[in-house]
Ligand binder design. Structure first.
Ligand code: S3P
Length: 450
């Protein structure tokens, strides 16, 4: 199913200050994993705070198709009756993961070491994205995959009947690939080892430990060496999903660039594998107070008080920080446009294979709004214009990409002239309450019916 069949243009205009409390939804990465690990456990996993975005709903449906029983009890409150490691049954139909790269890649890993055949597809964005990065390590377990040219969906995956454990060094910094290999390793005998040179988000490792798997992470000169012992019995858990720092980025950055704003964003993850944007904003001179640090749902969180910051300076973002803020470069480039001086983002070529080519999408939209950009394959440089100085007055193409859509709407809240996007419908994949939440803070967003 696609959430994006009918384009919904939307416009953001400068209104007054943004003020109030912004309670963003549950973390998307953790929500996918709670459903998948719940499906791999024997018995009932309870989840609260689940993100009810389209991406996660598609994963819930996929888990049902593989034999788990997934039930919604109330807003954000779900249960999964799992089938156990190796207990998946063959789905009767094609698995449609919609817009979600995380969904499809993690689910491919999960079924890859069980003898069954499953065919995966997704929307026009997902069907352009490379799956070879996952099917290549999965082939080491004995899994076969048959897709379109360039390893694109639709793709049929034949799970290994006699999987062998795998030792795999990630060629790209990708938590999706790491997680797919670990999930496949769950149903292989012996020890599966994944080596990552740069640390990426560690939610799978945390959750595997929480569900009772034997897993170790050793920090070596080659990076993190993650060793998982296969064929554990996973025990069902109560999972409290913390709020999503990647979604929090939108109200936080909007407050920083809209004059006189003062916004409180509770419970934002401070997980070191996810907090790169917040470090970067502080280095740029953002006024963010990190209050009441604590642990929620096994993740370090803090409440953020964010005030308009009219004197932010462009910086060089350290390339090694990229994995911890990979989804936040689009909104950072909006903040950079409202800062003074150049913001240089290097080592970001992974952005080209996200829901859209995010370097290209941001560069074209920012240019249309009057911002000077430089780019190459692996770099985006934004020439800041200073607070309140971005001209705006353009319609930006979002290419079925939720984060591009929200980034340009945030720009429109601070630009001199309104900024429109051609399609707001992808926003439901990760942040279904975005429009209402931003309007509640005082933003002016309107749906354009033409
Ligand atoms: C995710 C990992 C990242 C990120 C995506 C979510 C995850 O992708 O961009 O939105 O939940 O593992 P990569 O692993 O491909 O970098």
């Amino acid at each position: 199913m696609s959430a994006h069949e009918i384009a919904q243009p939307m416009t953001a205009r400068k209104a007054g200050a943004l003020t109030g409390r912004a309670e963003v939804p549950g973390d998307k990465s953790i929500s996918h994993r709670a459903l998948i690990f719940g499906a791999m456990a024997v018995g009932e996993t309870r989840i609260t705070g689940l993100l009810e975005g389209q991406d996660v709903l598609d994963t819930a449906r996929a888990m049902q198709a593989f034999g788990a029983v997934v039930t919604q009890h109330g807003a954000g409150s779900w249960s999964v009756n799992g089938v156990g490691v190796g207990g998946f049954t063959e789905p009767a139909d094609v698995i449609d993961c919609g817009n979600s790269g995380t969904g499809v890649r993690l689910i491919m890993g999960t079924m890859a070491t069980t003898p069954m055949t499953a065919t995966f597809t997704g929307d026009a964005s997902l069907r352009k994205r490379p799956m070879g990065r996952v099917t290549e390590p999965l082939s080491l377990f004995g899994t076969m995959a048959f897709g379109r040219q360039g390893g694109r969906l639709p793709m049929t995956v034949v799970g290994a009947a006699n999987p062998v454990p795998v030792r795999y060094a990630l060629p790209v910094a990708s938590a999706q690939v790491k997680s797919a290999v670990l999930l496949a390793g769950l149903n292989a005998p012996g020890q599966t080892v994944v080596i990552e040179r740069e640390p990426t988000r560690d939610h799978s490792e945390r959750m595997l430990l929480g569900f009772g798997a034997a897993l170790t992470v050793e920090k070596t000169s080659a990076g993190n060496v993650i060793t998982l012992t296969g064929q554990p019995e996973l025990r069902p858990q109560n999972v409290a999903v913390p709020r999503d720092p990647s979604s929090a980025a939108f109200p936080v950055c909007a407050a920083l660039i809209v004059e006189n704003s003062d916004v409180f964003v509770p419970g934002v993850s401070q997980n070191l594998t996810r907090n790169g944007l917040y470090l970067t904003l502080v280095e740029m001179g953002a006024d963010i107070e990190f209050q009441n640090p604590r642990t929620e749902g096994g993740e370090p969180v803090a409440d953020l008080r964010v005030r308009f910051s009219g004197n932010m300076q462009g910086i060089e973002v350290p390339p090694e920080r990229a994995p911890s803020m990979i989804d936040e470069y689009p909104i950072l480039s909006v903040v950079a446009a409202c800062a003074t001086g150049r913001t240089v983002m290097r080592g970001v070529k992974e952005l080209r294979v996200k829901e859209s080519d995010r370097i290209d999408a941001m560069a074209r939209g920012l240019e249309a709004c009057g911002v000077r950009i430089e780019e190459d394959e692996d770099t985006l440089i934004v020439h800041g214009m200073g607070a309140g100085q971005v001209p705006g007055g353009a319609t930006c193409a979002v290419h079925l990409d939720h984060r591009i859509a929200m980034s340009f709407l945030v720009l429109g809240m601070a630009a001199k002239k309104p900024v429109s996007i051609d399609d707001a419908s992808p926003i439901v994949t990760s942040f279904p309450i975005f429009e209402g939440l931003m309007k509640g803070l005082g933003a002016s967003l309107s749906r354009d019916n033409h």
